[in-house]
Design a protein around this ligand. Structure first.
Ligand SMILES: C[S@@+](CC[C@H](N)C(=O)[O-])C[C@H]1O[C@@H](n2cnc3c(N)ncnc32)[C@H](O)[C@@H]1O
Length: 190
């Protein structure tokens, strides 16, 4: 989806990459990434992720998709236009990296916990005002996407890949995890 189309249609800033609230947070995050990835077991896992997805991330490859309204209670969702093979890279969850604020974040639908490698951090990726199509991907208990992490050039990224073959017309979904729905109405089956 073109930047201009995304911004005009949704009134949001398009971000192809992660942004930082300020330079101090950027430095803290990068220092933490460097420290965390010193662990050998994370390095091994990251080599796998890198061998699978690095090219697509660097080239900003985008699979063909459509964003359309799903249901009055759900809003928009993202749908496949073409067949998506197993293990295809779908995209990176982009937004603003800032410190977690539990009070505010519980009513923000577009906050994704920012992990560095497999470890949770005190930061989140906030896509409420800026991001890309991944902010429109809905939740399912039986999702066709899996989210994971990859560290490239010293920075951790949250990415999505197809966990099975996805057919044209299918809605793309991932599992938001147990905490997301604790203070919200239970999710609908998708
Ligand atoms: C990250 S947004 C997903 C995109 C959203 N549908 C939109 O139009 O912007 C997350 C929000 O979408 C809705 N949502 C996502 N999956 C859902 C589901 N399975 N059942 C009900 N609502 C869902 C909830 O309002 C949730 O807080």
């Amino acid at each position: 989806m073109k930047t201009i189309e995304f911004e005009n249609r949704f009134g949001l800033r398009y971000l192809s990459k992660l942004a930082f609230q300020d330079v101090a947070i950027e430095k803290q995050v990068k220092d933490k990434c460097e420290k965390t990835l010193k662990r050998k077991d994370y390095q091994t896992e990251n080599r796998w992720h890198t061998s699978l997805f690095q090219r697509e991330i660097e080239r900003e490859v985008e699979i063909p998709f459509e964003i359309k309204e799903v249901h009055p209670l759900i809003g928009y969702g993202v749908f496949a236009i073409k067949k998506i093979p197993f293990l295809t890279f779908l995209g990176e969850y982009t937004g603003l990296i800032r410190k977690r604020n539990r009070r505010i974040d519980k009513s923000n639908d577009y906050v994704f916990g920012y992990s560095i490698g497999p470890k949770d951090t005190k930061w989140v990726i906030d896509a409420s005002e800026q991001g890309n199509f991944t902010r429109f991907i809905n939740h399912s208990d039986e999702p066709n996407l899996t989210s994971t992490w990859i560290v490239l050039d010293g920075l951790s990224h949250i990415i999505f890949f197809a966990n099975r073959l996805i057919l044209p017309g299918e809605q793309l979904t991932y599992d938001y995890g147990p905490y997301y729905w604790r203070k919200r109405a239970a999710p609908l089956d998708l």
